[in-house]
Design a protein around this ligand. Structure first.
Ligand code: HEM
Length: 149
């Protein structure tokens, strides 16, 4: 999922050319980060949750572009909070996985819930709801959770 699917809009401050195309001063340029991050040539079956797509022989595969090169914008105005955001997300996700078992809550018809079906699209994209149950993995982990809040 791409948090800012169309990145941030930019306005061209003087006439520019790109691959022979004139981009006149004042043009609004919108970068389609969603399309780039769902390019099936780069990320086959892009909507499948498949973290191992970034790995080869147990290591990061350098031939697959990291989403970080697109999700935080580009050039001079690239997001200055990107390192803080990535580190915070890593710590949050690692802490949740360390302490909780995550169980899906199926739909009313008993089928597995598809998180993509609840994504709210707009300038900012986010899942509307993710029905799941978080259960502490053990008594030790429960104590860890209790002491950290
Ligand atoms: C997952 C979290 C985040 C995402 C996906 C994100 C994404 C973005 C994107 C796409 C832009 C536009 C870049 C461009 O104009 O090309 C941006 C700009 C910006 N971001 Fe973030 N961001 C995140 C977190 C943060 C955090 C944690 C901070 C601050 C601590 C932050 C501060 C800013 C600022 C100040 C700008 C404007 C930069 C400028 O216009 O020069 N962002 N962000």
């Amino acid at each position: 999922m791409v948090v800012l699917p169309l990145s941030a809009f930019h306005s061209v401050t003087r006439d520019d050319t790109y691959r022979g195309f004139l981009i006149p001063k004042g043009t609004t340029v919108i970068a389609n980060a969603w399309a780039m991050l769902h390019d099936p040539k780069e990320y086959p079956e892009p909507t499948c949750f498949r973290p191992e797509r970034y790995l080869k022989d147990g290591k990061l595969n350098p031939t697959v572009h990291s989403p970080n090169t697109l999700a935080f914008g580009f050039g001079w105005r690239i997001c200055p909070g990107r390192h803080l955001a990535s580190a915070s997300l890593f710590m949050t996700i690692a802490s949740i996985l360390h302490t909780f078992d995550i169980h899906q809550i199926p739909n009313e018809d008993g089928k597995a819930f598809d998180p993509f079906s609840s994504v709210v699209t707009g300038l900012i994209s986010t899942p509307d709801r993710v029905p799941c149950k978080l259960i502490p993995r053990s008594d030790d982990r429960k104590q860890l959770i209790d002491t950290s809040i």
